[in-house]
Design a protein around this ligand. Structure first.
Ligand code: S6P
Ligand code: ZN
Length: 176
């Protein structure tokens, strides 16, 4: 990732677009980029989520994820999910807006989830794959903070998926 000029700053639920403007990488994931991730087939041009990343300060990266509300069939919009290439790299998520669930698992078959609402902070330990799901009706916005050397391993999830999925049932999220 390109290193951007360091600058002292604070991020709030209102001023996060400033971080978007100063990030060095911007990724948009549309339905066509996520073939095989959902049980159903997403509309190819529909934006599922956007990520703005920057190595903000001494070996620490920050990334802002904006996960759009919506579903593919009964399944809520979600990120691809990944392990970190560096097996020692953990991560902290801070929820700025919306309602979400992080689903997590290890290669040994452990799994878990954390619910996120504004102000909530989640700790993702090393070796745990993580995927974020928007279970609300508005944008889900969160900040991730992680070592610059983490790297992303998408391969294992692309191949085998997660042990759990999050669907809407009777108007509420159900994890199964
Ligand atoms: C990076 C961190 C997040 C995700 C982002 C998108 O370690 O976990 O910034 O990259 O939420 O998810 P994904 O699975 O497409 O990278
Ligand atoms: Zn991560």
């Amino acid at each position: 990732m390109t290193k951007v000029k360091e600058w002292p700053f604070g991020i709030t639920p209102d001023n996060y677009p400033e971080f978007m403007g100063r990030s060095s990488e911007h990724t948009t994931r549309k339905g066509k980029d996520m073939a095989g991730y959902f049980q159903g087939t997403p509309e190819p041009e529909k934006v599922i989520y956007e990520v703005y990343e920057a190595e903000t300060t001494g070996h620490i990266c920050m990334a802002l994820t904006i996960l759009k509300p919506g579903k593919v069939g009964k399944e809520y919009h979600m990120t691809k999910g990944h392990y970190h290439e560096d097996q020692e790299a953990g991560e902290i998520y801070v929820c700025l807006k919306g309602k979400g669930i992080i689903i997590m698992q290890t290669k040994d078959g452990l799994n878990g989830e954390i619910e996120l609402e504004p102000g909530a902070v989640a700790s993702i330990p090393p070796k745990w794959a993580h995927r974020t799901v928007n279970v609300g009706k508005k944008d889900f916005v969160m900040l991730a903070i992680y070592p610059a050397t983490s790297g992303h391993d998408y391969g294992s999830i692309e191949k085998s998926g997660f042990l759990k999925r999050v669907i809407e049932e009777k108007g509420k999220p159900r994890i199964f």
